[in-house]
Design a protein around this ligand. Structure first.
Ligand code: BGC
Length: 805
């Protein structure tokens, strides 16, 4: 017997079932009797948060998944995966809940920033690289959310109606590639249903397709709280229900087996998969781990975060102003000082440090003036800064005291900023089961006297006291039942009071328990000094811009715009940022706009500015990367992984609202560039677009048959004055396209680097799947003639060749 079968045979039914559900929010139980350790999971995809949800346990924060996809570099994605494995090992996690490979069906998707692309091939290539990297490090990856979780509205209950062809060719394609080519060890099933069957019970897609047809031998883990039934999920292909305890498995599953509703052989197969995963990650004695010698922690996380950021920045427009040549700079924008480094929701990771654009430019010795301009945030930023000190010790920061129901202290911490987000696992020493309330307090020594605003953010009961006066004493209610909404997207009550000297500020909060997750401490004390109006702030920005040689305006979305848990309703930049850019551009012809957003935004001022650099959510090294790119030390090498509309209303797919519980994917195969093709209005920028600091001439293309299918070899020359990087993209255009199929699609890509004047050769391998279609339950080759178009982006192909299939 294999060690896994021996271990399985030694377990009774109760113990087997206990291995299939969380013992807490993030882990499965250990069974020392069979030499099995506890398997710990952690969210990704841009960092490893670990089992806490607080700033006391930081981790390297990488750029958003859209940014990683914008590098078009699977090898870089693999290096990212290796760093994340290293981080997971540091934090004692064995399974990373990433990558997210749902698609950019519409730019309104709330988790758009967390997915890679509108294109299944690009998504698959980046995803395969990422998963290989994570698993190279002996840590499991969990590709998610299987499947058709492409928007957030009613995400727990919606049923996506998607025809078979669209599922196979578009939404399932990245999962298939990752199962087959990266051998992923886990898959997370989505909250939603597909074609009438909720995914956690979807026998056809989980048992039939994933485990059967594709031969997936890993674990299917539920999205958090997605498993709602006992028998349906057990028979539907789910292996592990998270989180626990107290979910529909446990004792209920034991009973279902005893009642004959679930065969014990089904439970055995689930346990076998869990044990196999445990073996792979080195948690089962007697089983050689997949990576027998744990790699040493050699990846420099800060350096890699900066490299990915630089490689991901997409230069959308440039009249030659970039790269900057040591001018004086007026740096404008709240996000220049407080960079938006990541999107909202379960991707949240607390960074060890953040290099803001302001820090980055200052560190480079740039002569600059800084103006925040208008603040687009609708909530007050968390209080922070040297004006706030611990009332007892005088140390900088906020004291938070945890208490039980009798008021006795359970523990205390000093926070740098007045924001917390613990769920389930509390800070060391604090027993979540006993927790009843927390009290945040600090002495505040204002720099400016006058009317200060305070924001009480969070769900539940709060009492805010400033200088002995109770300013707020009420209960705040969550927007909806979504965990992301309750913890991260919390309501805020704003109050104001005149402060004319040092005051003691305290915020008391009765903590609450989230079913299936445990105690939650999600509170924010927002603060703003008395300040100027938006018009005055814009005017100040204009004055600064007029006095400098170059104006760099950083515009951004906010956590109220891009997050898990809800979809966007507008692509406009929030607040009066558009007015501010236009006003600055009117006084400084050398205005560079840095767009700090994870997904498309409208840029109505684009023709009035000198340059636009898209930096996505750039991760912790945001400003270091930005300074080097603006001043030309490195080239912005990113290309758009998604088509960028000029106006929201131009977008082909905007529908995210289920009707009677059903979200119909009526557009079928036609998302992204496949849908923009042939529309009366062109997008602002096509899929694949992005400038560099040099130019390229495409000189020749040849297509030859290969074992896989075909190899496209492209010769090109760097015709500019500095070295650079080009992503060579290959599109297929059938001579006689079927009426119901796209007319052109990405079939492969490869990057080259070359010095000024040098030539380079790009070798692009095309997979056979590039000419296959799903018809009547099988893959069939679409025979006939094709034009192989090669070039810089979807809207700018330079050479072509013929291909007969
Ligand atoms: C998200 C998952 C995440 C899980 C655990 C869910 O709400 O959809 O992507 O891994 O929470 O945080």
């Amino acid at each position: 017997m294999s060690p896994i079968e021996t271990a399985l045979a030694a377990l009774d039914l109760e113990t087997k079932v206990s291995l299939l559900a969380g013992q807490d929010v993030w882990s499965l139980p250990a069974v020392p009797a069979i030499g099995l350790g506890s398997l710990v999971m952690s969210d990704g995809p841009i960092g490893v948060r670990g089992t806490g949800w607080g700033p006391d346990d930081p981790a390297v924060v990488l750029p958003s998944p859209t940014a990683l996809a914008a590098t078009w570099d699977p090898a870089l994605a693999r290096r990212v995966g290796r760093l994340l494995a290293q981080e997971a090992r540091r934090k004692g996690a064995h399974l990373l809940l990433a990558p997210t490979v749902n698609l950019h069906r519409t730019p309104l998707g709330g988790r758009h920033f967390e997915c890679y692309s509108e294109d299944p091939l690009l998504t698959a290539e980046i995803g395969v690289g990422y998963v290989l990297g994570v698993q190279d490090g002996g840590v499991g990856a969990t590709v998610k959310h299987f499947v058709a979780n492409d928007s957030e509205t009613a995400r727990f209950v919606l049923d996506a109606a998607v025809d078979d062809r669209t599922l196979r060719e578009v939404y399932l394609a990245p999962f298939e590639a990752i199962v087959h080519r990266a051998g992923v060890w886990a898959v997370m099933c989505a909250y939603n249903g597909v074609n009438g069957r909720t995914m956690s019970e979807n026998d056809a897609l989980q048992n039939g397709l994933l485990k059967g047809e594709w031969g997936f031998d890993g674990v299917v883990v539920s999205d958090w709280t997605a498993a709602k039934t006992t028998v349906g999920t057990a028979l539907g292909g789910l292996d592990v229900a998270m989180p626990g305890p107290g979910n529909p498995w446990g004792a209920k599953l034991v009973d279902a087996v005893r009642a004959g509703e679930v065969p014990e052989s089904v439970v055995d197969e689930m346990v076998r998969r869990v044990l196999r995963l445990a073996g792979r990650v080195g948690l089962l004695e007697g089983v050689e781990p997949a990576v027998p010698v744990r790699p040493e922690a050699v990846v420099d996380g800060d350096a890699l975060a900066k490299e990915v950021a630089e490689r991901s920045f997409v230069l959308l427009r440039n009249d030659g102003t970039l790269p900057l040549a040591s001018p004086t700079v007026a740096l404008i924008g709240v996000a220049a000082e407080e960079a938006r480094i990541l999107g909202g929701g379960s991707v949240t990771v607390f960074p060890p440090h953040v290099v803001s654009p302001l820090d980055g430019l200052r560190a480079r010795g740039v002569e600059l003036t800084y103006e925040p301009g208008v603040d687009p945030r609708t909530k007050l930023p968390p209080a922070r800064g040297p004006e706030w000190t611990d009332p007892e010790t005088g140390e900088a920061g906020f004291r938070i005291v945890f208490r039980d129901a009798s008021g006795a202290e359970l523990g205390r911490l000093l926070l740098e900023a007045a924001v917390t987000g613990w769920t389930g696992k509390m800070p060391d020493g604090v027993d979540g089961a006993l927790l009843d309330s927390v009290e945040l307090s600090a002495w505040f020594r204002p720099l400016v006297f006058g009317e200060h605003s305070f924001g009480v953010g969070g769900v539940g009961e709060f009492v805010l006291t400033v200088d002995g006066e109770v300013l707020h004493d009420d209960r705040q209610v969550a927007y909806d039942d979504d965990p992301a909404a309750g913890i991260l997207l919390h309501p805020e009550t704003r109050v104001a009071t005149v402060v004319e000297g040092p005051v003691l500020v305290t915020l008391k909060h009765k903590t609450w328990v989230r079913k299936g997750i445990g105690a939650v401490v999600g509170i924010t004390l927002g603060h703003a000094e008395p300040g100027p109006t938006d018009d005055e702030l814009i005017q100040r920005a204009v004055v600064a811009a007029a006095a400098a040689q170059v104006a760099v305006v950083v515009v951004a979305t906010t956590e109220e715009v891009e997050s898990e848990g809800f979809d966007r309703r507008s692509l406009a930049l929030p607040g009066r940022q558009d007015d501010m850019v236009a006003a600055v551009a009117a006084v400084n012809p050398r205005t560079v706009v840095v767009v700090n957003a994870g997904s498309p935004v409208e840029m109505p001022w684009i023709d009035e500015v000198a340059a636009v650099l898209l930096t996505w959510f750039p991760g912790q090294e945001a400003g270091a990367a930005l300074a080097d790119v603006l001043f030309g030390r490195t080239e912005p090498a990113g290309r758009l992984p998604t088509t960028w509309p000029a106006r929201m209303d131009d977008c082909p797919v905007l529908d995210v609202d289920p009707v009677d519980g059903v979200l119909a994917y009526r557009e079928g195969l036609f998302i992204g560039y496949r849908a923009w093709e042939g529309r009366p209005v062109a997008p602002a920028f096509w899929f694949g677009a992005g400038l560099g600091y040099t130019t390229w001439e495409y000189t020749s293309v040849t297509v030859t048959p290969s074992d896989a299918f075909a190899t496209v070899t492209v010769l090109l020359r760097n015709t500019g004055t500095r070295s650079g990087r080009e992503v060579v993209q290959v599109y297929l255009v059938p001579d006689a396209p079927a009426a119901d199929r796209p007319t052109r699609w990405l079939a492969g890509f490869a990057s080259v680097e070359a010095g000024a004047g040098e030539t380079a050769e790009a070798v692009v391998e095309l997979p056979r799947r590039a000419v296959e279609a799903w018809e009547d339950g099988a893959w069939v080759t679409m025979t006939g003639g094709y034009t192989v178009e090669v070039g810089h982006d979807y809207g700018d192909t330079r050479l072509s060749a013929s291909l007969k299939v």
